[in-house]
Design a binder for this molecule. Sequence first.
Ligand code: NI
Length: 179
Amino acid sequence: MWGSNQVGLGASNTEPCKIPEQRKISVPHWQRSAKFFWLSEIMILLTRKAEFSSAHFYWNPDWSEEENVRVFGKCANRQGHGHNYTLEVTVAGEIDAVSGFVVDLKRLKEIMEREVVSVYDHRHLNFEVPEFAEMIPTTENLALAIWRRLEGKMENGRLHRVRVYEMPDLFADFYGEGA
Ligand code: NI
């Protein structure tokens, strides 16, 4: 990336690494600002994890009991069962020139705790979390619901991805509506 100016200035120079001082000074303003603009476009993805344990069951009230059992199997047991979920929240942003951070990790943790973990942890999702009164609490729907809880809450950076693991070998990703 640092070579871009050198190529532009020293294209006719057979030794591009030895750009004369006077030519360095003559870099036009637009070219310098273009370089800084390009640098400011660098995006970093930063991910923070959190864990919560919740109970759920799968049930579609529009179906008969037989149909629910046929589709959802043991997951349709209305007493519910538990999972230890892992949540990953990925934020996209530029690296702050002063702090070196994309986001304040402590604040991100607090937001995840306040908006998601404190609401979902040690709860029966079907009965105690409002969005799952109408939506089956599958891993996919958890990713969607958690995105909606976090959207607009980021203080720095942009919410990029919500990943929810129900088990280490099963996870769902959501990148936002329309993504
Ligand atoms: Ni389950």
